[in-house]
Design a protein. Structure first.
Ligand code: HEM
Length: 522
């Protein structure tokens, strides 16, 4: 049977004028011709240029969504000389992530992996193979076992309590929720991964210059935001290799600068850990200790190096901080846009938890409406809209489409979440759609894949879910939130910033008032 032909779209990146012209010219010269995929003869035929994708900055999932509306569930784009296949259909996603999982379990070797995580020494950007397999095992058995995650619960509780106290002190004032959430998650991840925070806020540092912090928490937050951004950008040199040296957008320069800063920071952390280990002053085994121990492990299949320790540390800090904060900010935005849903959530909390205590992690299985809010938020605002890019390791036929080795695969979870053939009234925030429905978010229901699925699925999802659920539950339980001044719920925008994660463009600002008895906050 003859294979289908792909709809091919030529993507012409647009940047500042000179670069735009250069790239347009290259596009005209190189990508005038397309070819028919499948078993029919691949004779050249005109490449149908149907429009420009604005590919400055991160890859825009919304533009991909619009194209997919016209071109169907599987669409092939040309990014320079590389084929990129995008899907927005759960059936197709299942083919890539389950049926043919092992053939699509690699990652393209992009500049971000080379320059920000020590030449692919981490797990996220590692090519499929022994290094990645070993790293994954380290993650799942040493760092994210349920025993280890439980042993860190006290850290999550202490940091959360601290945030709730801060919010109480700010009562009656406007609060930028995301900033507080990022800091909460950064504090948790720093203590879990590095053993302590290593950073304090700048006011504290000014007051106590002798503090042993290495940098201000604001500086560390900016570094993490930068790494998330740079790991999601479209870098022309990745797709047109002979342009790589020009670094037209300046992203590679930024990656190198950022990497230097991270390296200095992590070097300091490692040295301190080594000193503590040498003098036997190790009090608690944090993740850096676990990663350092592996350097001396003779039984490992692939030699573990200090670069691996550093790159994994970056993965852990970046993976755990931004994703959860982005999701909770979106959940709070949707709840404030839909006050009747906020009311239902507080009613559930009042009924199950009561007003005399905070919500603990062990309570969350008893809060189905809260769970539905989280799922509905992840449907409309998945933290990683295109997952992380997958790479075909061999030629493969997917539902009769020929995918050649080296093709990059993007799974557009953002589109799937908004597809009217899957979800009724997809633009509406309706947590009720998940009540009494067996839709899983851990990679089994392909219409909802916030953490991906299969071999490359997020290994940190258990921790991510713990952080999201308990902070969201307590923000809703402990406080009444209102919009500033005359703002109405309908005025709240839902504009996004594209990137590896997709936060609100305009941070959510709300006025906070306590709703529980005062003694609980002090
Ligand atoms: C709300 C929380 C989180 C979300 C939504 C999320 C989402 C994702 C997604 C979509 C992927 C890519 C899956 C794919 O390529 O198919 C991923 C991969 C990954 N995530 Fe997460 N994540 C979260 C929390 C975390 C946490 C807490 C950590 C670690 C501290 C983490 C570490 C990683 C790593 C290392 C990978 C790469 C896995 C691999 O390539 O094998 N994530 N995550």
């Amino acid at each position: 049977m003859a294979g289908y032909s792909f709809t091919s779209v030529s993507a012409v990146p647009i940047t500042w004028p000179l670069a735009a012209f250069t790239v347009w010219l290259i596009g005209r010269l190189l990508f005038r011709r397309g070819y028919r995929q499948g078993s029919s003869p691949p004779g050249p035929r005109p490449w149908p240029v149907i429009g420009n994708l604005n590919l400055i900055g991160p890859i825009p999932h919304q533009s991909l969504y619009e194209l997919s509306q016209a071109y169907g569930p599987l669409m092939q784009l040309k990014f320079g000389s590389s084929s990129v296949v995008v899907t927005n259909s759960p059936d197709m996603a299942k083919e890539f992530l389950k049926t043919h999982d092992s053939k699509f379990a690699s990652r393209p070797q992009l500049a971000a992996g080379k320059y920000t995580v020590y030449n692919f020494s981490d797990m996220t950007w590692a090519a499929y193979g022994p290094h990645w397999r070993q790293g994954r095992k380290v993650f799942l058995t040493h760092l994210f076992s349920s025993k280890r995650l439980d042993s860190y619960e006290y850290i999550r509780v202490e940091e959360r309590t601290d945030l709730l106290k801060q919010l109480y002190d700010l009562r009656g004032n406007e609060v930028r929720i995301r900033c507080r959430l990022s800091r909460l998650n950064l504090n948790i991840m720093s203590r879990v991964v590095l053993g302590k925070k290593y950073s304090s806020d700048s006011e504290h540092l000014r007051a106590k210059p002798a503090d042993d912090s290495v940098m201000s928490v604001e500086e560390l937050q900016v570094m993490l935001e930068e790494i998330i951004l740079l790991n999601g950008v479209f870098t022309i040199g990745d797709w047109v290799p002979w342009l790589a040296r020009l670094d037209l957008e300046g992203y590679v320069k930024r990656m190198k600068n950022l990497s230097k800063k991270f390296d200095k920071f992590i070097e300091f952390v490692i040295e301190e850990h080594k000193t503590a280990r040498a003098t036997k002053r190790v009090e608690a085994l944090d993740m850096t200790d676990v990663l350092l121990d592996l350097i001396d492990d003779p039984d490992l299949e692939v030699k573990w190096t200090v670069e691996n320790v550093k790159a994994f540390t970056v993965d852990l800090l970046a993976g755990g901080t931004d994703t959860a904060a982005t999701t909770v900010e979106w959940a709070m935005t949707e709840l404030m846009k839909n006050p009747e849903k906020m009311k239902k959530a507080t009613e559930e909390l009042d009924g199950i938890i009561g007003r005399e205590r905070w919500v603990e992690e062990r309570d969350t299985p008893n809060l189905p409406y809260l769970d539905a809010i989280m799922k509905e938020t992840m449907r409309l605002h998945p933290a990683a809209t295109l997952l992380a890019p997958h790479l075909a390791l061999e030629d493969c036929k997917i539902k009769n489409y020929d995918i050649s080795k080296g093709t990059v695969v993007l799974i557009n979870t953002w589109s799937m979440g908004r597809d009217p053939t899957i979800w009724e009234s997809p633009e509406e925030f309706r947590p009720e759609r998940f009540l009494n429905k067996d839709i899983d978010i851990k990679g089994k229901s392909f219409e909802l894949l916030p953490f991906g699925s299969g071999r490359r699925m997020c290994p940190g999802y258990t921790l991510g879910l713990k952080m999201i659920k308990s902070s969201l539950a307590n923000l809703v339980h402990g406080f009444n939130w209102t919009l500033p001044q005359e703002m109405k719920p309908k005025d709240l925008d839902v504009e996004e910033i594209y990137g590896l994660t997709t936060p609100r463009k305009n941070p959510l600002v709300a006025v906070v008032e306590p709703r529980l008895p005062p003694h609980l906050y002090t």
